[in-house]
Design a protein around this ligand. Structure first.
Ligand code: CA
Length: 244
């Protein structure tokens, strides 16, 4: 693969190191980056800072039920999910798909077959993301209007301001995840170094000054002490289709 930044990251949770090694090897041969976790606990911990494009989840893990792992991954990340399971566990496989896995691969598996499944899911997801991107350019909330394509923000009174890239990135994360608590690391861009970095608070404060009539009692960006921040708003996407 020619561009490093285009390399997709695949997280693998598999307790058998030999199987994990085979998976990592074949994925790397095909230009993917990999991150192997040996236990569910390890994977879930790493997902706080890693943003994989896809997770390969072995359903037979020693420390947590595979389906539970899957649901937890789903709740933490929008990544694709492939489950790996033995032939004996047909019901797990069906359940896995019902619970949101994108595909499954039976063990023992042909490594190239696994790569083919991974690529196909990533292609499908990219197509869906592009379609979504086309319909989701303008967001409206509480009388405000934000254009995600050129980072302009219109106040209810009609004043226009152009946000800096970092402010706009932060607002995008908020409006795409309204009414849920977002941890600092979920709000940080790739340029931020660590969760203790103060830059996120500075950015929150700048965004509040733009959006909030009173910074002391913010209407939209609520601080949830010890947890993170929450964007309290109903978001409408007037540029999207009728159901958006
Ligand atoms: Ca296993």
């Amino acid at each position: 693969m020619k561009e490093n930044e285009a390399q997709k990251l695949i997280a693998i949770v598999e307790d058998d190191p030999d199987v994990a090694r085979i998976i990592e090897q074949v994925l790397r041969d095909f230009g993917f980056r990999t991150a192997w976790s040996r236990s569910a606990t390890d994977l879930l911990r790493r997902l706080r800072t890693l943003a994989p494009d896809l997770c390969i989840i072995d359903l037979g893990l020693p420390d947590m039920d595979g389906l539970e792992v899957m649901q937890r991954v789903r709740s933490q990340s929008a990544c694709g999910i492939v489950i790996l399971t033995g032939r004996a566990h047909v019901s797990d496989r069906v359940m896995g798909l019902e619970l949101g896995a994108d595909d499954y691969v039976l063990k023992p598996f042909e490594p190239r077959e696994l790569v083919a499944r991974v690529r196909s899911i990533l292609r499908r997801r990219e197509g869906a993301a592009e379609a979504e991107g086309r319909s989701r350019r303008i967001a409206e909330f509480g009388g405000w209007r934000f254009n995600l394509a050129n980072n302009t923000l219109h106040s209810p009174g009609g004043e226009e301001q152009v946000l800096s890239t970092s402010e706009a990135d932060l607002l995008k994360v908020f409006i795409q995840n309204p009414n849920r608590i977002l941890r600092r690391e979920q709000l940080m861009g790739t340029r931020d170094l660590s969760p203790t970095d103060r830059s996120i608070d500075v950015r929150i404060s700048r965004l509040r000054r733009r959006l909030e009539p009173s910074e002391d009692s913010p209407e939209f960006i609520k601080t949830v002490y010890g947890a993170g921040y929450l964007f309290l708003a109903a978001i409408a996407w007037p540029g999207g289709d009728a159901t958006a």
